[in-house]
Structures are given as structure tokens and as C-alpha cells.
Design a protein around this ligand. Structure first.
Ligand SMILES: *Cc1c(COP(=O)(O)O)cnc(C)c1O
Length: 421
């Protein structure tokens, strides 16, 4: 059973001011979860969550997380710019990118972000780009092979484009040390959206043992270990959500077993969660505008894959609640579609739902991460507004919807733009 954080009355109230479709975020849920994450890792002195900006690049939401000590994890120039504009300083910003252009390294270095190198060859590339090797630097590890937890987004480390092999990693740290680096981090991201409390502890064990081996073999001491993202959420109603307290305790246990006896009990643990921080606390609110009876029963809504790409891209499941019909029997079978000229533009296929009437408001769950953010402009469709439902029940626009002028803005240096304004 999945329960919306928005009532039909509130959705109607918002939609009078901000027409559907829009993404809405639940401040109360974001805060409670961020506090629980902080508490789960409070045993580790240096702990910090670097929120993966790519999941939900909205400054208002990021500022809420900052109140709980979160920094940002960036993967591009604009994400770095956003963090800088929010007043984040140096080590509050992690730059975990891959296939990184030189100018992004330059900008990251300028604002003092921690640079996490995806590849061995990036040592020379970085040095060439910024003229030196930073004192603090991190490396991304890929153990290869197969990982037990699978999900269709990123499964087997051996097939993933990210990170260095163990041999490369050990050599990288020694080269970086010779080039003047003084503080080292280790990063790995093996599987996406794991719905199990065992992923972080298992990853931690792998990384902790590696760090002990690195110290023994090379004398390089790691200062922080970044467990990155991958902690999932229960998109399906029958899944059991992850318990962050149990996850934190699981990592704590391995920390005490592996790092403390090796004299490495001062290592800071970092995380870069995106989905877990925000996913369940966002929803896409959309209105049913068409019903179509052909070989199947279709409900056409005013949102499309431009607003939420995950179902089209990965066949991802997003639960749907018809607001005001929470208790009605799900005795109809529908494909819920958007308007793109793409047959995969379906939020649900053969979904059991209550009978839907035109004008009904559909609440698409768990769009708070990798939802709005993945948006694109195919078919010239425009991205929606984002709305914050505050703790006191009021709401605030935190990003306006795109206007045609935004879509045409990249023609602003051409004559035709005057007619499109
Ligand atoms: C996407 C990403 C994250 C966040 O992943 P989630 O699964 O949303 O937690 C963290 N770190 C890096 C490097 C990423 O690419």
C-alpha cells in the first residue's frame, strides 16, 4: 500500500495557481528522512552525505538538505555552478564525474571541490588541465565481475564504464602521492537502486579491506571512503523500504571489524545518495484529459515522458494513485499514456486502477529523484513546474514551468527569434 502525501483537495488548490502537470515535493518527508540519514551515520565522526545533484537539481530542495549537514555531489559544470551559487565551500562539494572535459576540472578546482578521478589516465589529464595535483584527491574503484543485486539500471560492475581496476587504483595513489597529494579518498558505486539493507555494508567491507591492503602494500593511507549512491527505494507497493538505521549500523559493524583493528578508525565515511534522499518525497501530478477505447483501454494524461522518463527509458514501475479514489476498487485495466509520438511514452501498461473519469487527477509516486531531472524537450514539449508542499501545508513554486520562449532561447542570436518571443 502506497499513500500519497497530497490530498485531492490540496492538488486541486495547487492546480488553480499552477496548472498540471507539476512535480510536488514533501518538505516534511525530506526533513524526516535527512534527519534519519544523519542519525544512522552519527557514529562516524567525519560522516557527510553529498546529495547527488543530478537526481533533483533544485536549489530550494538542496538548501533543505544542507540544514542536515549535506553537501553536494556534482557530475557537471552546471551542477558545480549551482553548488557554488548556493554558497557551498570546498569540501562541501564532491565532483564525481566521468569522461570529464578539461574545463570542468578547471572549474571544480577553482571552487575547491574534491575531485574524484574516474580513470587512471585522468591523473595526467587533470594535471595538464589545472597545472597541478590537488592536495586532496579521490579515486573511483571498479572491482569488475558480477554483483549479486540486479535491477536493470546498472548491474554488473564488470560491464560498467566507471572506475579503475585494482591494479590501476593502487598505482594511481602512489603516483598522486609522488605528485604531492596528501589526503586520499576512495569511491565506488556498484549497483543502482538496491532495495536491501545489505548493499552498503557489503560494499563497505570490500572497500575497507581494500584500504587496509593499500596501506600495507603502498603505505598510502585513505582519509575518506565514499560509498556513493545506489541505496534504493520501494517503487513497488509490495517492496519493503530500506531501513537507513540498519544500513548505518551494518556499515558501523564492518568498520569496527576491519578498519578499527587496522588502526584506520579515523576514516570518514561519505555517501552520495540521490534517490534515497529525495525519491519518495516527490510526485508527478497530472490530469486525465483523454480516454481511448481501441484494442486496449487508454487514459491520456497531460504529462508525458518529458516530465518523467524512467518508465519509457527503463520500463521502470511508478505506482499511480487516482486522487480521491484511494479506496475505490482497482477493477479497470489501463495503459496510462503521455502525448509524445513514441509508443513507449506510457506511465503504466496494463495497470489495475479505479475507473478514471476525465478531469481526475493522477498522482504518480516516487518521482522526487531522477524524475524532473531527466526531463528533455522531445516533440517540443516543455518541462513542468516544481512545487514544494511545506510542513505547514502551504505550498510554494520552486521552479516555474518552461515557456515556449525558453525552448526557443537558443535561437536568440538569430532573426527568427523575434517572431518566437
Ligand atoms: C547517480 C550517482 C549518484 C546517486 O545515485 P542514487 O542511486 O540516486 O543514489 C551518486 N554518485 C554518483 C557518482 C552518481 O553517478
Amino acid at each position: 500500500m502506497k499513500t500519497p502525501f497530497l490530498t485531492k483537495e490540496k492538488a486541486l488548490e495547487i492546480s488553480k495557481q499552477i496548472p498540471t502537470p507539476f512535480h510536488v515535493y514533501d518538505e516534511k518527508g525530506i526533513r524526516a528522512n535527512a534527519a534519519a540519514v544523519k542519525e544512522a551515520f552519527a557514529w562516524n565522526k567525519g560522516y557527510r552525505e553529498y546529495f547527488a545533484v543530478k537526481a533533483t537539481p533544485n536549489p530550494f530542495l538542496i538548501n533543505i538538505l544542507r540544514e542536515y549537514g549535506c553537501g553536494t555531489d556534482c557530475s557537471s559544470l552546471t551542477e558545480l555552478m549551482l553548488s557554488d551559487a548556493l554558497g557551498m565551500k570546498g569540501e562541501e562539494i564532491m565532483f564525481s564525474s566521468n569522461d570529464t572535459p578539461a574545463e570542468e576540472f578547471v572549474y571544480a578546482d577553482k571552487i575547491g571541490a574534491i575531485i574524484n578521478l574516474d580513470d587512471f589516465t585522468h591523473i595526467d589529464y587533470l594535471e595538464e588541465a589545472i597545472g597541478h595535483i590537488p592536495e586532496t584527491i579521490s579515486c573511483r574503484y571498479n572491482p569488475g565481475g558480477v554483483y549479486a543485486v540486479s535491477n536493470g539500471i546498472m548491474d554488473n560492475p564488470g560491464d560498467a564504464k566507471y572506475g579503475m581496476t585494482k591494479e590501476q587504483l593502487f598505482e594511481a595513489y602512489q603516483i598522486l602521492r609522488d605528485k604531492g597529494a596528501k589526503r586520499f579518498g576512495l569511491h565506488a558505486f556498484l549497483v543502482s537502486n538496491t532495495v536491501t539493507n545489505d548493499y552498503y555494508p557489503a560494499l563497505a567491507k570490500t572497500l575497507f579491506e581494500l584500504v587496509v591492503e593499500l596501506k600495507n602494500e603502498t603505505g598510502v593511507e585513505i582519509s575518506f571512503i565514499n560509498l556513493s549512491g545506489g541505496v534504493g527505494i520501494a517503487y513497488q507497493p509490495d517492496q519493503t523500504p530500506n531501513d537507513i538505521a540498519a544500513i548505518g549500523e551494518g556499515v558501523h559493524k564492518v568498520f569496527d571489524e576491519v578498519l578499527v583493528p587496522a588502526g584506520l578508525g579515523n576514516i570518514a565515511i561519505y555517501t552520495e545518495m540521490g534517490r534515497f534522499m529525495m525519491g519518495p518525497y516527490g510526485a508527478l501530478v497530472t490530469t486525465a484529459i483523454h480516454e481511448k477505447h481501441t484494442y486496449k483501454e487508454y487514459i491520456g494524461v497531460d504529462a508525458c515522458a518529458v516530465n518523467l522518463m524512467r518508465p519509457a527509458m527503463y520500463g521502470a514501475y511508478h505506482h499511480i494513485t487516482v486522487l480521491g479514489k484511494e479506496d475505490a476498487p482497482c477493477d479497470h485495466t489501463y495503459d496510462v499514456t503521455g502525448s509524445l509520438c513514441e509508443n513507449n511514452d506510457k506511465f503504466a501498461i496494463d495497470r489495475k486502477l479505479p475507473e478514471i473519469e476525465m478531469g481526475d487527477i493522477l498522482y504518480i509516486h516516487d518521482t522526487g529523484a531522477h524524475g524532473f531531472a531527466m526531463g528533455y524537450n522531445y516533440n517540443g514539449k516543455l518541462k513542468s513546474a516544481e512545487v514544494l508542499l511545506k510542513e505547514d501545508g502551504s505550498f510554494e513554486l520552486i521552479r516555474r514551468a518552461e515557456k515556449p520562449q525558453d525552448y526557443f532561447a537558443t535561437f536568440d542570436c538569430f532573426d527568427i527569434f523575434d517572431k518566437l518571443k
